[in-house]
Write a protein that binds this ligand. Structure first.
Ligand SMILES: *Cc1c(COP(=O)(O)O)cnc(C)c1O
Length: 568
């Protein structure tokens, strides 16, 4: 990943002024040393902006600075504790002191300073600038300096303040910097939904348009992507809290009824103020329409930025055999006609060796390079069921002893007690299986470890409860490295396994998903050890999925369907 500090403020402002599209996101994975992401949503945002840079699109990103990061995970006897994870903001970003704006929070004036970092695209070195908003300024009261300290830190009220900074102060900063060509403001998730609301207030204050006219003007400039079918994943704030925190503004928010009657649902607010909305996989688009009847919700399936996630050894093979894959990843669809089993296998063994080395470095545990290695790494949200594979330990032992080894990584949100208990259980099962099946939990999951894992495991496990996974992207990263997936039929996998039934396997969902998982797994173990050529064929077929599940294709769809300007 390549994220840099612009030479100076003037240069940063100059590149920002070329933007036509602003992509606003609460989290974004820009670099492993820049701790402004927590999981899939942020990594996707980073991959999206990297593809925009490669495709030379006039896009700018908008997010918060998070001086203290998300958190660093520590595990003692399976119990997760957290500490701050500060990063070197001066090494990666330049401040724009002249573009400071303010917002009133709880009656206090809070100053917000934009800082800027840049993503540099492949080949022609097109620049996508990212604005990171910071409240850590001397003129602010101590409690306000910390608003942009932690990603998803604090309570509901803090969350509201952060979303006010992103949406309201963010919009004001764009005006102050003078991004005059922006025709589309993209809300990546409902967190940014105060941004169009700020425009409504702005138009009401300075123009004599009537409400319907203002609403349609604002709508024509915003688009929205929703990312979760889980109701708890949609932020809702009581209007009373909004009034206390940001309510000095001269408009009664609830009177507009844009976020719902009883409380302000950020997804509803975003839907009501967007000209276009989409979910992140076909099934997710359908479910979103059921959740929010009356709204037109399209579907654009997620992808991953291939050069970021594919192992260098495999990139070398692709560069030799299919050199245009970087500009035109769709040609990878037929990679199985061009890439031999042996060259992919050899490249994969290099990646596997590096992964095992990294695991040893981090844990002191030595894994066996000849054993089928199953990877599971993602946020420990309950619905993702990290502990499903351990449900019937004896059955797992029976089919997997000495034949598989398991690698786990992932963090539970500091306030997610159930997620933390799942980590504890996984570590407990690891001890119970010792001697028969090696299970390693690597602490401190981040994009660096993620990259090793999706490149070096042999099989990628994904077993969310359908239909709760909107898309999922780690499996796409694994597939792009020639690693087959074993997954419940949910999110992207519904499309992945349909496009290429040889790219992996399905875990049936029903009475007892664990038993279904074991059934499929025992078949997979036989293929891996007894039919190596068939296994390698599965690997090349998995890689072919990269032809579609990449952010170049995804961004082109956004360009065609979401970002193109339409007359209202
Ligand atoms: C890709 C990625 C994710 C997303 O994983 P899912 O399987 O989609 O839940 C989460 N965290 C990191 C660090 C990632 O790179």
């Amino acid at each position: 990943m390549e994220f840099f500090k612009p030479e100076d403020a003037e240069y940063a402002i100059n590149v920002l002024r070329h933007a036509h599209i602003v992509y606003a996101t609460m989290e974004v994975g820009l670099d492993s040393r820049v701790h402004t992401y927590s999981g899939g949503l942020g990594v996707l945002a980073g991959d999206t902006l990297r593809s925009c840079a490669d495709l030379r699109l006039p896009v700018a990103g908008l997010t918060l600075l998070y001086r203290k990061g998300y958190f660093r995970q520590h595990l003692h006897n399976g119990i997760q504790t957290e500490s701050d994870e500060p990063w070197d903001v001066d090494a990666f970003t330049t401040a724009l002191p002249h573009a400071r704006v303010n917002i009133t929070i709880e009656g206090r004036v809070v100053w917000v300073e934009p800082r800027v970092g840049i993503i540099v695209g492949h080949k022609q070195r097109h620049i996508v600038p990212i604005i990171l908003l910071d409240t850590h300024l001397e003129e602010n009261a101590p409690q306000d300096r910390g608003i942009t300290d932690h990603l998803y830190g604090g309570d509901e009220r803090m969350r509201l303040k952060q979303e006010a900074i992103l949406g309201i102060a963010g919009k004001r900063a764009l005006r102050k910097i003078g991004l005059r060509h922006v025709h589309t403001f993209h809300m990546n998730e409902g967190h940014a939904a105060f941004a169009p609301m700020e425009d409504v207030l702005y138009f009401s204050r300075y123009y004599s348009f009537n409400q319907p006219r203002i609403k349609s003007l604002v709508k024509s400039a915003h688009v929205f992507t929703t990312h979760t079918p889980v109701p708890a994943g949609h932020d809702r704030f009581p209007y009373e809290m909004i009034r206390q925190v940001i309510g000095e503004e001269d408009l009664a928010w609830e009177s507009l009824d844009l976020g719902g009657h009883y409380e302000c649902n950020m997804t509803k607010l975003a839907l009501n103020l967007s000209r276009y909305a989409n979910g992140v996989a076909k099934r997710h688009g359908e479910i979103s329409k059921q959740m929010f009847p009356g709204y037109d919700i399209d579907a654009i399936t997620n992808g991953v930025h291939l050069p970021t996630w594919i192992h260098p050894e495999i990139q070398k093979v692709l560069d030799t055999k299919m050199p245009s894959w970087r500009e035109q990843p769709s040609i990878l669809e037929r990679c199985y006609q061009v890439i031999t089993h042996e060259e992919l296998w050899r490249a994969h063994q290099v990646a596997k060796k590096q992964l095992l080395k990294e695991v040893h470095k981090r844990t002191g545990i030595t894994l066996d390079k000849n054993i089928l290695t199953i990877g599971f790494a993602r946020r420990f949200a309950t619905y993702k069921r990290a502990d499903l594979i351990f449900r019937h330990l004896e059955r797992l032992r029976e089919i997997g002893a000495k034949k598989v080894q398991l690698l786990f990584a992932g963090q539970a949100h500091p306030r997610d007690e159930e997620g933390k208990r799942i980590i504890q259980r996984v570590i407990d099962y690891a001890q119970q299986l010792a001697g028969d099946i090696t299970v390693v939990f690597v602490e401190g999951y981040d994009v660096h470890l993620a990259r090793h894992m999706v490149q070096g495991c042999d099989l990628w496990l994904n077993n969310p409860i359908p239909p709760q996974e909107a898309s999922g992207t780690s499996g796409m990263k694994a597939a792009a490295n020639g690693i087959p997936n074993i997954s419940t039929l949910d999110g992207w996998w519904i499309e992945g396994i349909t496009q290429n039934p040889q790219a992996g396997w399905i875990i049936e969902h029903g009475e007892d998903d664990a038993n279904k998982l074991y059934d499929t797994l025992s078949h997979i173990i036989r293929v891996y050890y007894e039919h190596p050529e068939r296994w390698k064929e599965h690997m090349v077929q998995a890689l072919s999925l990269a032809s579609y599940f990449n952010t170049h294709r995804m961004v082109q769809e956004y360009q065609d369907r979401a970002w193109s300007v339409r007359i209202y």
